[in-house]
Write a protein that binds this ligand. Structure first.
Ligand SMILES: C[S@@+](CC[C@H](N)C(=O)[O-])C[C@H]1O[C@@H](n2cnc3c(N)ncnc32)[C@H](O)[C@@H]1O
Length: 278
C-alpha cells in the first residue's frame, strides 16, 4: 500500500461539494472511469463499467444494495432502473446527496433510491440485511480501509456480495519513479492511501469474505484520462478552478499524473467481487 496521510476528510468533502457540477457537465452522472471495448462514447463506456460490475456480482432483480460513495447517484439510479434494486446510497458530500435525490425524483426512478449524507467509515446499517455492498472508486478516499471492510462484511446477508472497483497501486516493490507517481496521484486526488490488488484481497479475506472474482481493467479504462485532459484543455475550466482555489487546480493538474502512473505500472485499475459464505 502507498500512503499519503496528509489528506484531510474535510478537503475530500469540499472537493466533491464544489466539483459536482463540473463532473456533471464534463463527464456525466457517473463519477468513475469508462470501460472501453472499442470506440464507444464516454457515456456508453461509463455504463459499460457499471454493467460489467453488476454482471460479475450477479445482481438480481429486487436486491437490497448499499452504494458506498454514491457520488451523484449514477450507480444507484442505474441499479434501481435496470434491476429494480432497493438502493441506499451514501456520500460524504451534502451537495451530491441533494443532487442524487433530485435526479432520482425528477427521473421518477422506481424503486426510488434513498440517499444519505454520511461518512462510510462511521455509518451504521443493520447487520445481515444487504444482498450487495457496491462501491465504485470510493475506498481510495478511506483512511482505515481494513476496518471499513470488516464493517461492510457485517452488513451482508450470507451469500451476499461486495462488488468494488478501485484505483490500485501497482504491486510493491515499486521503483522510485513509480512511487513518486503514485504519491502524486494520492496528493492530487485526495487519497490517504492506494492499496494494491493483493491488499484488497487481504482486506476482504480478513473481513471474512471470499474473493470470487478479481481482475485488472487498466487498459480498458485509461482512455478516460485522455478524454478528460482533452476536455479540460479545450475549455475554460482551468481558469474557473483557479478562482475556486488551489485544491481544484491541483486536481486538474494531476490528470496527466494518472495517465503516466497507469502507463508505468505504478497504478492499476481493479475490480473485485467478494462473497459472504453461509
Ligand atoms: C470518484 S467518486 C465516485 C462516485 C460514484 N461511486 C460513482 O461511481 O459515480 C467518490 C465518491 O466517494 C465519496 N466518498 C469519499 N469518501 C467518503 C466517505 N468517507 N464516506 C462516504 N463517501 C465518501 C465521495 O463523496 C464521492 O461521492
Amino acid at each position: 500500500m502507498i500512503e499519503f496521510p496528509n489528506v484531510q476528510k474535510g478537503v475530500i468533502r469540499n472537493h466533491y461539494d464544489i466539483t459536482t457540477l463540473f463532473y456533471r457537465l464534463f463527464w456525466g452522472p457517473h463519477i468513475h472511469h469508462g470501460y472501453w471495448e472499442s470506440n464507444e462514447t464516454s457515456s456508453r463506456a461509463q455504463i459499460q463499467l457499471t454493467e460489467r460490475l453488476a454482471h460479475a456480482a450477479n445482481i438480481q432483480s429486487g436486491n437490497r444494495v448499499y452504494d458506498i460513495g454514491c457520488g451523484m447517484g449514477g450507480s444507484s439510479v442505474w441499479l434501481a432502473k435496470n434491476l429494480q434494486c432497493r438502493v441506499t446510497g451514501v456520500t460524504l458530500s451534502p451537495v451530491q446527496r441533494a443532487y442524487a435525490d433530485l435526479a432520482a425524483r425528477a427521473g421518477f426512478v422506481r424503486p426510488r433510491p434513498e440517499f444519505l449524507r454520511a461518512d462510510a467509515e462511521k455509518v451504521e446499517f443493520p447487520a445481515g440485511q444487504a444482498d450487495v455492498v457496491w462501491s465504485i472508486e470510493c475506498t481510495e478516499h478511506l483512511f482505515d480501509k481494513p476496518a471499513f471492510f470488516r464493517k461492510a462484511a457485517g452488513w451482508l446477508k450470507p451469500g451476499g456480495r461486495f462488488a468494488l472497483c478501485a484505483w490500485l497501486s501497482g504491486e510493491l516493490p515499486l521503483n522510485d519513479q513509480q512511487t513518486e507517481q503514485t504519491v502524486a496521484v494520492c496528493k492530487g486526488m485526495f487519497c490517504p492511501s492506494l492499496g494494491a490488488q493483493s491488499d484488497y484481497v487481504r482486506w476482504f479475506e480478513d473481513a471474512g469474505l471470499e474473493v470470487t472474482q478479481k481482475g485488472i481493467w487498466t487498459r480498458n479504462v485509461e482512455k478516460t484520462w485522455d478524454i478528460c485532459l482533452d476536455r479540460v484543455n479545450r475549455s475554460g475550466v482551468r481558469h474557473l478552478a483557479k478562482i475556486l482555489g488551489k485544491n481544484h487546480t491541483l486536481f486538474l493538474d494531476h490528470f496527466q499524473a494518472i495517465l503516466d502512473a497507469y502507463k508505468s505500472g505504478a497504478m492499476e485499475y481493479g475490480y473485485f467481487v467478494a462473497e459472504k459464505k453461509d
